[in-house]
Design a protein around this ligand. Structure first.
Ligand SMILES: NC(=O)c1ccc[n+]([C@@H]2O[C@H](COP(=O)([O-])OP(=O)(O)OC[C@H]3O[C@@H](n4cnc5c(N)ncnc54)[C@H](OP(=O)(O)O)[C@@H]3O)[C@@H](O)[C@H]2O)c1
Length: 167
């Protein structure tokens, strides 16, 4: 599985149920990588999407103990249930390389150990009063940076795309 996330310089990822740095080119990159693939998210991240609706042209898997069946989504009540789901027919054309974990904090923390690749957009700024974070994988010896983009800007905000691989 893959992780995809946008972090600030302190590994913060959100505040009040919203993204910290919605950068247009980053959102386009997210779309390019995840289109026609499987995305896995927590219930709060689903609620943060436009209209609280699943992402179009992707198989949307939502982890939630509280939600019941919802059109356009696969609800899983546990990680085990998610893994069973991946063995069923709708997912038969996909491999684990086609699965993208898209947040939020609780889901990243649980699924990072099961992921082998991470697409991390690092913003060179510190957001004020964030309330959710991604673990600092630069301090984890099992992860290595395998790709670094040029430095891009949206207005004053500098950022780079990094690719990490589990070794
Ligand atoms: N910067 C980024 O790239 C990025 C990406 C995504 C999200 N975010 C931000 O992250 C924040 C949301 O993150 P969050 O950590 O608060 O919430 P979250 O991980 O999106 O959702 C948490 C919910 O997921 C469900 N859940 C998690 N693990 C589960 C499990 N093993 N089994 C069953 N259900 C499970 C639970 O739902 P129930 O309560 O329904 O049981 C839990 O309350 C928002 O601010 C969002 O904007 C940032």
């Amino acid at each position: 599985m893959n992780i995809i996330v946008n972090v600030d310089k302190n590994w913060a990822i959100g505040r009040g149920g919203a993204l910290l740095f919605p950068i247009a080119a980053d959102l386009q990159n997210f779309k390019r990588l995840t289109l026609h693939k499987v995305v896995v998210m927590g219930r709060k991240t689903l609620e943060s999407l436009p209209g609280g609706k699943p992402l179009k042209e992707r198989l949307n898997v939502v982890l939630s103990a509280s939600m019941s069946e919802t059109e356009g989504l696969y609800i899983c009540h546990s990680i085990d249930e998610m893994q069973q789901l991946f063995l069923t027919e709708p997912f038969s054309g996909f491999t684990t390389d086609d699965v993208f974990v898209i947040g939020g904090e609780t889901v990243y923390r649980q699924l990072l150990p099961l992921c082998s690749k991470a697409y991390i957009t690092k913003v060179e700024a510190a957001a004020g009063e964030p309330d959710v974070f991604f673990p600092n994988i630069d301090s984890m010896k099992e992860w290595r940076i395998t790709g670094t983009s040029d430095r891009f800007f949206q207005s004053e905000t500098a950022y780079r795309f990094f690719t990490y691989q589990r070794i």
